[in-house]
Every structure is written in C-alpha cells, then in structure tokens.
Ligand binder design. Structure first.
Ligand code: NCD
Length: 304
C-alpha cells in the first residue's frame, strides 16, 4: 500500500496503513532483539539530506536502512553540497533520484519536502520541514503510546511547550484527531498552536487550548513535552521571555496518574529535570529507540 509513496505530511498515511506499520515495526523489533540479519533491501540505496541539525532522526534512518541490508549516501550540510553554490532544491532532488531509491530530507523551510516530492519520481520522506511537520516522528510517537499504554483510544494526551514552532506536535495533533482521545494544549501565549492546524481538526474532536498545567498533568495518560525551538525565533528577546516556562520535575511525577508516561521527541534543554529519567514514567528514551524499528518498517514498506 505504501509502496513508492512519499510521506510529506502525516495525512499521507491512512489509519489502516499506520496499523500495518505498527505491526511490521513489532516484527522488526523482534528481529533486532534476536540479532537476526535482515537482508531484504540488499542493493537498495537511501539518500539522506539533513540541512538542519539532527542526531536521532538521521542516525535512526541510517541505522534502519543498514539493518535492512541497504546502504546510505548522505549530505549533512548545505555548505558542503552544491546547495551552497546556489543549486535549487528541485535540482538537488532531480540529481539524488538518479543516485538512490528513496530520499529522506530535513530542511529549515516549511513545505520543502512537499516541493521536493513534486520534482522527484522517487519517494520522499519528510524528516522535518521547518516548523511544518515531522510525520515519521509522529508514527514512532503513536507506536510508543500504543506499546507503553496498550492503546491510543481512550487516552488523554497533554502537549506542553512550543506548540507554535514545534513540528512534532503539529503532526502528532493531526494524527491524534483520528483517534478517540482528549488533548490538552499548554504553551506560553506567544507559542500557541497555529490556527491553521486547529482549523484542520474535526469539529467534534476534544481539544482544550490553553489548559491549566497542574490539572492537565493530573488527568493525563501521556505528557508530551517539547523544547522551545530557539532557532525559529526572529527576536531573541521573545525567546528569552519564554525559556523555562514549563518544567517537569519529581514533583510533577507525584501529581501524575499511576499508569501514565512522559514523552519528549528530544533533544531536551531544561524542560525535564534529569532526576525524572529514573522514573518508570519516563518513556522518552524508549520513544527514541523505537525510531529504528518504526523506520525499518516504513522504509521496507515504501521500497516494497
Ligand atoms: C525534533 C525535531 O527535529 O523537530 N527532534 C527530533 O527529530 N527528534 C524536536 C526538536 O528538535 O525539538
């Protein structure tokens, strides 16, 4: 179903396709645990373009492709590629499609992956386009909730932090609106979720914009914490006015429901205290490690 398809937005993946990815990711995870080599993408090539910093996303895509027996070619800096010579994204992509079978791209410009997909006959995977979306992060976020809590339906999810520039929350909120969940959104006033995201949610979807942090924490099954996206601010004073707005501490843990989890796409700055890491509620490192089986599932399905 996903064969040869680009994943630019989370809307590009249907509900049954998500279920398929989760099932395949479970299988990939079993293979990884058993240390069995999987050579299903032998001879296939992934090109990765990371024109913005990345640790987890890039490493997990590359690890996933290697684990599947494929190989990776990559450009990590615009400076070291012909982009620095003024090459357009369209030309970069036209070149890459003749060198590879699937192209993973992270770019500071919102809409970059969509543009790339228009010029490429090979599937494009959006690994983050500015403040736009981060669909593969969302797939692993949903996978993590399902794995840690058994189900996504029926849960209350609270997203806190930079909801304006945070692309992971944009994709996740859109994805959650297809489930029977309740969502609380908590952010400083200037970092509220953009109206263009809210307007895309179904009318009957339960979302509490500007929820109160303490009461949201008490009701939540998932506390999804995000970093203030410093690099997106044009006015550094504005950034300084919101740093440290919310932080999750051992006291926060005490208010949380017994069977609840804390997630974070990482990297974190100061929004989760290191002492919280020891709690069984801290799911963010497991979330990050789910990146490999989920991306193995996705890439193997796209490459058929
Ligand atoms: C996120 C991103 O790049 O949007 N990181 C990631 O991919 N795991 C979140 C962030 O940078 O804050």
């Amino acid at each position: 179903m996903l064969k040869n398809r680009s994943i630019v937005s989370i809307d590009d993946v249907s509900q049954p396709e998500l279920e398929d990815i989760f099932k395949t990711a479970d299988e990939m995870s079993d293979h990884l645990k058993q240390g069995k080599p999987l050579k299903i993408l032998d001879g296939r090539i992934m090109a990765t373009f990371f024109f913005e910093p990345s640790t987890r996303t890039r490493l997990s895509f590359e690890s996933a492709m290697n684990r599947l027996g494929g190989s990776v070619i990559s450009v990590s800096e615009a400076r070291s590629s012909s982009v620095a010579k003024g090459e357009t994204l369209a030309d970069t992509v036209r070149m890459a499609e003749s060198y590879s079978d699937v192209i993973v791209i992270r770019h500071p410009m919102e809409g970059a992956a969509k543009l790339a997909a228009r010029f490429s006959s090979k599937p494009i995977i959006n690994a983050g386009d500015g403040s736009g979306q981060h669909p593969t992060q969302t797939i692993m976020d949903l996978y993590t909730i399902r794995k840690e809590l058994g189900n996504i339906n029926g849960k209350t999810v609270t997203m806190v932090g930079d909801l304006r520039y945070g692309r992971t929350v944009h994709s996740l909120l859109l994805a959650l609106s297809n489930y029977d969940v309740e969502v609380n959104l908590i952010s400083p006033e200037i970092l509220k979720i953009p109206e263009y995201i809210i307007s895309r949610l179904p009318k009957n979807f339960k979302v509490n914009v500007s929820a109160d942090f303490d009461s949201a924490v008490e009701q939540s099954d998932v506390l999804y914490v995000t970093r203030i996206q410093k690099e997106r601010f044009t006015d550094q004073n504005e950034y300084l006015s919101v740093i440290g707005s919310y932080s999750v501490t051992p006291e926060t843990l005490e208010k949380m429901k017994e069977k609840s989890i804390i997630m974070h796409p990482l990297p974190r700055i100061d929004e989760i205290a290191p002492e919280v890491d020891l709690s069984p509620k801290a799911a963010y490192f497991k979330q990050a490690s789910n990146g490999v089986p989920v991306r193995m599932a996705l890439v193997s399905m796209i490459l058929g």
